[in-house]
Design a protein around this ligand. Structure first.
Ligand code: ADP
Ligand code: MG
Length: 254
């Protein structure tokens, strides 16, 4: 992707760092002292059983809709754990949600236009049709911009949600289970799409249950279990680790 769409202006190798980040809901420690580093340009995978705290960690990193009780989040050299979701988005950290959040009654182009109004590096929000079209071309939805979003297939909804995040030119994109519900052919299409986005210079953190997606894309990954990171490393090494097998399949499985 050209010009303003590519992120990360060089500088330090670490783009995002979580330092001992924690969040409790009542007596439940949903995120229990997580520390991790995401390097500029890499795809970082995050796996772990249901309820491990993965989505909550994304919420804490982006300030949507909650803040950490403890710890620091450092993005591009600045502490952001006290910043508003809007400030964080404008600084270049964007995310998608686990459910395909598109505006059903709007067209494909209108959806991305809404996305372009949230975040982005400029001070004033300007309606930039060329950037919207460019983002839609990246996700291969450039063909019919006036199509209503409510008629889109699951993979196309995912493409649209990603375009809405990409349009403001993030340097870091957090994707929450992008492959959920896709058949193998659509999973392959998603992998191709995400590798193109990586090639355009966007750093990514991908939460994923479909481990083949992380095997195909992740440079490094971590597994979260009961709010804690239990293993970090290359995907092959992590996915064969006995602690990871046990976290997924239960005690005694490894
Ligand atoms: P994952 O994404 O790994 O499946 P979540 O981060 O969604 O897990 O949830 C982690 C734990 O925190 C779960 O037990 C969930 O029920 C709980 N949880 C998440 N958000 C809230 C909330 N807003 N209030 C209370 N409990 C929550
Ligand atoms: Mg989740």
């Amino acid at each position: 992707m050209s010009g303003g769409m590519s992120g990360g202006g060089g500088g330090a190798a670490v783009l995002l760092a979580a330092c001992d980040v924690g969040k409790s809901f009542g007596s439940l420690k949903a995120v229990d002292g997580v520390s991790m580093e995401v390097r500029r340009g890499e795809v970082f995978g995050l796996a772990g059983p249901n309820g491990a705290g993965k989505s909550t960690l994304f919420n804490l990193l982006t300030g949507i809709p909650i803040r950490p009780d403890t710890g620091k989040v450092i993005f591009d050299g600045q502490e952001i754990q006290h910043r508003s979701p809007r400030w964080i988005a404008k600084a270049g950290l964007k995310r998608t949600f686990q459910t395909e959040a598109v505006f059903e009654s709007l067209t494909v182009m209108e959806n991305v236009r809404v996305g372009s109004a949230y975040g982005g590096a400029g001070r004033a929000v300007r309606w930039a049709p060329a950037r919207c079209r460019e983002a839609l071309e990246v996700v291969e939805l450039g063909g019919d911009l006036d199509r209503p979003a409510d008629g889109l297939s699951l993979i196309d909804r995912k493409r649209l949600m990603i375009a809405c995040a990409l349009v403001s030119g993030p340097s870091l994109l957090l994707l929450d289970e992008p492959a959920a519900g896709l058949d193998p052919a659509d999973q392959d299409a998603l992998i191709r799409l995400l590798s193109r986005i990586r090639g355009s210079g966007v750093t990514m953190v991908i939460i994923e249950h479909v481990l083949s997606v992380l095997e195909a894309l992740a440079d490094r990954m971590a597994v979260l279990d009961s709010g804690r990171i239990i293993v970090t490393g290359g995907p092959a090494e992590v996915l064969s680790d006995p602690r990871v097998v046990e976290a997924y399949l239960g005690p005694g499985a490894a």
